[in-house]
Design a protein around this ligand. Structure first.
Ligand SMILES: *Cc1c(COP(=O)(O)O)cnc(C)c1O
Length: 218
């Protein structure tokens, strides 16, 4: 087994274990977050069969992904980082899934960009689940209004996404996000990173975003 195959198998085994413990029949989708890593680090993971990748910056993704997308058909690109409204068109052109829709001005920009491009990426509304001043994401109280606006603007909203506060037990935050998704009738739950993807899988995550456990530390 290559290093990449081993890391992929380890993370997948952790997800499978969590899903067995939670009696879940479907394991979450594993998105490999390749931010800061170059093509030489990413290609072994593609060779190992990984097809979903995530980046947090439009510029960085635009520089490194077109060539790899040309080499291997069937790769799905996810944007997981904060998105500036003036980069909405570029994001819609490059990404298949956007996990960071978090404010009205961005919804407006994405709606226009989608209409112009004739392309409709799947979108997650990012929630500031720990109510942290420095963090992206909309407040829980503003979530229903943002969802309504996103639907009016024609966005294909598939679920909710969060990054829980660092260095505290994430489980209560994952459970809270799951509760709100359920209440809003949204099936998708983008939650879980290298340090907590098993906990997230136990609590109903449908997509985990894993970087360092697959690529090494940044
Ligand atoms: C970097 C990043 C990840 C992956 O983090 P790791 O701890 O390396 O797994 C997941 N989600 C978002 C939003 C990120 O920015």
């Amino acid at each position: 087994m290559s290093d990449a195959e081993q890391r992929l198998a380890d993370v997948q085994a952790g997800l499978d274990r969590a899903c067995r413990d939670a009696s879940r029949s479907e394991t979450p989708l594993l998105v490999a977050i390749s931010k800061t890593f170059d093509a030489d680090a990413i290609r072994p993971l593609i060779a190992a069969g990984q097809r979903h990748f995530g980046e947090n910056r439009v510029q960085e993704a635009a520089a490194k992904w077109p060539e790899m997308l040309g080499e291997t058909p069937g790769i799905t690109l996810h944007l997981v980082g904060q998105l500036q409204s003036n980069k909405a068109a570029e994001a819609v052109a490059l990404f298949d899934v956007i996990h960071s829709v978090d404010r009205p001005s961005l919804v407006t920009a994405l709606g226009k960009a989608q209409a112009a491009a004739g392309k409709h990426p799947a979108c997650y509304l990012q929630v500031n689940i720990g109510n942290e001043a420095q963090k992206g994401g909309c407040a829980l109280a503003e979530l229903p209004a943002l969802l309504a606006q996103a639907r009016d603007a024609g966005l294909n909203v598939v679920g909710l996404m969060c990054v829980p506060p660092a260095a505290v037990e994430p489980a209560p935050y994952f459970a809270l996000l799951a509760e709100h998704a359920k209440r809003l009738g949204l099936a998708g739950l983008s939650m879980g990173m290298s340090s907590d993807y098993e906990t997230a899988a136990l609590l109903g995550s449908t997509v985990v975003r894993v970087g360092s456990a697959l690529f090494g530390s940044r």
